[in-house]
Design a protein. Structure first.
Length: 205
């Protein structure tokens, strides 16, 4: 007897990765990358963000072509990844960085920190559901359900963004950043969908 079971759930992401680009060429006040780094760290600390733990440098790029063209300036670009754990904090980061002249800020992806344990729990519930369905189907036949002799599973996680902008809504600061830039920024995320499917073969006694 072969049965298929499926269970899914929606979870609010608790890991939100924000990419912050510091570029000497595109900041309004023409600050150096080093100055922008200090401003970035100070601003994030004011939001009670642990920069040592949650802020990391992705790469470092110096455009040396400008050195040969201008002979005096090397324009530097630094890319940072910031981890925050809720949409409210993400909104505060967007607004606070814009206020200090850092506007090249984007949401890279969202995750759920306990995804592995959640998928295990869903597998358990899916197999349990398949067994209950099998027992119900055998009741009118006066037959007994035997051992499971074959089990396969398929799990999926969707709406984790992974570089896409779908699944994010940004409201406030005239989205983004118009004449009412003093208003708060609200960042809303689609919930992450976790799904577990199993195929189980039982012996009928």
């Amino acid at each position: 007897m072969k049965l298929k079971g499926q269970v899914d759930t929606l979870i609010i992401p608790d890991r939100i990765y924000i990419t912050i680009v510091l570029n000497e060429a595109d900041n309004k006040n023409k600050k150096s990358t080093e100055e922008l780094e200090k401003i970035l760290e100070r601003t994030l600390k004011e939001l009670n963000i642990n920069t040592e733990k949650d802020l990391s440098l992705l790469d470092y790029n110096s455009d040396f072509k400008n050195y040969f063209l201008k002979s005096q300036d090397i324009l530097k670009v630094k890319n940072y990844s910031l981890l925050v754990r809720d949409a409210v904090t993400a909104g505060k980061v967007f607004k606070s960085l814009e206020d200090v002249g850092i506007s090249n800020v984007n949401i890279e992806k969202t995750e759920y920190s306990k995804s592995e344990s959640l998928l295990l729990e869903l597998k358990y519930l899916t197999i349990k559901k398949a067994k209950i369905n099998a027992l119900k189907m055998l009741e009118p036949l006066n037959q007994k359900l035997g051992k499971a002799i074959f089990i396969t599973d398929n799990n999926s996680i969707s709406n984790t963004l992974q570089g896409k902008v779908s699944g994010i809504q940004i409201r406030g600061a005239s989205s983004l950043y118009g004449s009412k830039a003093s208003e708060p920024i609200l960042v809303e995320f689609q919930k992450i969908k976790f799904q577990s499917q199993v195929n189980v073969k039982f012996i009928i006694e």
